[in-house]
Write a new protein. Structure first.
Length: 634
């Protein structure tokens, strides 16, 4: 199953979640209506003295309708409130569990190792680096990813995972969590949190009612009515808890198996994710958290509580045996002794792993296999990202993680190589952002000048989460200056377009997480004009001469069913036309996105020579489609 099929399955799972949620709500409404009937039955003698039977039935029906509507309203509003509260991003979930955001330059070696692993996998995958949190007070081995989209995602890891896992095992766990990011599980998990909050809120209300009426006397009829209603809400809450765990079990278990399999494919090392699972099995306390994990249990790498009925995760041994079929439970005692010896040597082995990765060679761009690696890049991509990061100057990495320097890093990457144009651009920066900003841009330009072409984009992707920390007015100002810089020389280069599009897309996704990244319903046939526009831009910028460009365009169109596009002889205002096309193409369904990416790769690789401009434009298109493209070298 590839990235696009996973997306389609996530959309079907969302519909399944909605059905189960409605079933749970109907069960709760039925319980509360029944409780109201019981209460009314106890007062029937008094009521029938003033009402006829027919009037009584009408009154009962109206009352039950009102109670049902009130129950639905409370559940709906509670669910909506919880989802809106989580709109700020995955960091909100991490902070609620006691997570601490990782600084840009951690002093703790384990923190630095975690940041390195997360950044390597993000760069290898072609997605923005998520926010990173550590649950310092949790000694169990666990982790989770939360958020609506990669732009507002956060990855959180427990202290126990940092201390007890080797670097390769930590990579396996992070790869597992990134699989949830790619495959749409994060959005599903946030919606699941909202749904469960709505159906459990009645239990909280019932518990509080019973607490405040615990001294009501049995002979006080009004007090007893309140007690009965409180008890009914409690029962309804337990019904909700039952259905909530059932929903989590139905939705989550298979997704955990898929994420484990993706992690194996990601790292090319079954021992990484398998080793992490085995360590959970042998360590006392396993993966359990000390904080209440009922609401987020379905998001965790391992089970958050010791719960067997309707558990949100498959049995641990089942997960291990799927990765290592020959492993037997009787081997756990031997494994425990080995783990203890291994932990004693963990620091030395981690340093050796860092050194080996720093010497790794970059992975070549492979158009034929890149679709299969979308959402699950291979080990070569990870080692390429590790090597690339190791080669970056420390000052550039620090600037990418600094809110005070990230803007200037972005702007410095866009300066024209022509001295006259670049000086005009620097004057523009000084007038718009001030002389101090201009001086910083000059310093960043000197450092960027030593980078290869393939290093420019990853360093900017590392800076994307940092610019999100600036104010909205600062972000608007940055986009304005980027647009003005591109207009200084009267033409837009593919790289300038890519940077501007990436920043706009990232900031919009981060500000609108519930709307961003949704899979659409349009087929590839319904957006033929927009597809032609994308392939034409790629062909023109990637091939010298109109004949080669037209051949490349036709090669891409031939991969599409029932294509009838015509190659334009020239492109005018190509950036504006591409923007308009991408806005519509974001409504493609998963199958259509897969077909478009395949057509783009056929266009790019037609002459067996892939230029940086082609890769940059393809990355911009894929970012607009919310399709993560693995790292590549030119």
């Amino acid at each position: 199953m590839n990235f696009f099929e996973h997306q389609d399955q996530a959309r079907r799972n969302t519909r399944w979640l909605l059905f189960l949620f409605l079933m749970a709500v109907l069960a709760i409404v039925a319980v509360i209506d029944f409780a109201v009937l019981v209460v009314l039955g106890s007062h029937q003698v008094d009521v029938t003295q003033t009402l006829q039977l027919s009037d009584l039935l009408v009154a009962y029906r109206r009352l039950l309708i009102g109670v049902s509507c009130a129950t639905l309203l409370v559940i709906g509003m509670a669910s909506a409130y919880r989802i809106i509260l989580l709109k700020t991003g995955g960091g909100q979930v991490a902070e609620e569990l006691g997570g601490t955001a990782l600084p840009s330059s951690p002093e703790d070696p384990l923190h630095q190792r975690l940041r390195n692993v997360v950044e390597e996998i993000a760069l290898a995958s072609g997605v923005p680096v998520p926010e990173i949190y550590v649950l310092e007070h949790e000694q169990g081995i666990n982790a989770f990813a939360a958020g609506f989209t990669p732009a507002d995602a956060a990855v959180a890891v427990t202290r126990g995972a940092l201390e007890k896992l080797s670097r390769s095992e930590l990579q396996g766990v992070i790869a597992h969590e990134f699989s949830h990011v790619f495959n749409g599980d994060m959005r599903l998990n946030i919606r699941l949190m909202g749904a469960l909050f709505g159906i459990l809120v009645l239990a909280v209300a019932g518990r509080r009612i019973l607490f405040h009426t615990r001294y009501a006397r049995s002979r006080n009829k009004e007090g007893m009515v309140i007690v009965l209603l409180g008890a009914a809400l409690m029962v309804a809450g337990y019904v909700g808890l039952f259905f909530g765990r059932w929903i989590k079990s139905a939705v989550s278990r298979q997704r955990e198996y898929l994420a484990d399999a993706s992690a194996v494919q990601f790292t090319r090392d079954p021992g990484s994710i398998g080793g992490a699972l085995k360590k959970i099995a042998v360590h006392t306390g396993q993966s359990y958290l000390t904080v209440d994990s009922e609401e987020v249990g379905h998001m965790l790498f391992g089970a958050g509580t010791n719960q067997r009925l309707f558990a949100s995760h498959p049995p641990l041994m089942n997960r291990i045996k799927r990765i290592d079929p020959g492993f037997k439970e009787s081997q756990l005692s031997d494994l425990l002794r080995e783990v203890r010896r291994e932990e004693a040597r963990s620091a030395e082995r981690a340093e050796r792993a860092e050194a080996n990765q720093a010497r790794a060679t970059s992975a070549a761009f492979d158009p034929a296999g890149i679709v299969d690696e979308i959402g699950q890049p291979g080990w070569e991509r990870i080692t390429a990202a590790a090597a690339l990061m190791a080669a970056l100057p420390d000052r550039l990495r620090q600037a990418a993680h600094s809110p005070n320097w990230a803007f200037e890093l972005m702007l410095a990457s866009l300066l024209d190589r022509d001295t006259t144009s670049s000086e005009e651009q620097l004057l523009l920066i000084a007038s718009e952002l001030g002389a101090e900003s201009e001086q910083r841009v000059r310093q960043m330009r000197e450092l960027l000048g030593s980078l290869d072409a393939q290093q420019r984009l990853p360093i900017l992707e590392m800076a994307l989460p940092t610019i999100k920390k600036r104010s909205k007015s600062d972000q608007t100002q940055l986009l304005k200056v980027i647009t003005q810089i591109g207009a200084v020389d009267g033409k837009i280069s593919p790289f300038e377009y890519l940077v501007a599009r990436l920043i706009r897309q990232y900031l919009w996704d981060a500000a609108n997480p519930r709307r961003a990244g949704r899979t659409g319903r349009l087929s590839i046939h319904s957006v033929n004009a927009e597809v032609c526009a994308v392939l034409a831009v790629l062909a023109h910028h990637g091939h010298s001469g109109d004949q080669l460009a037209e051949e490349a365009f036709n090669a891409g169109m031939e991969t599409l069913p029932d294509n009838d596009g015509q190659f334009p002889a020239e492109l005018t205002d190509w950036d504006q036309g591409l923007d308009a096309a991408l806005d519509r193409l974001d409504d493609l369904n998963p199958k259509g996105r897969e077909q478009l990416v395949g057509a783009m790769l056929a266009t790019v690789s037609h002459d067996d020579s892939v230029r940086p401009e082609e890769i940059e434009l393809a990355r911009a298109v894929c970012a607009a489609l919310h399709v993560p493209v693995p790292i590549a070298s030119h």
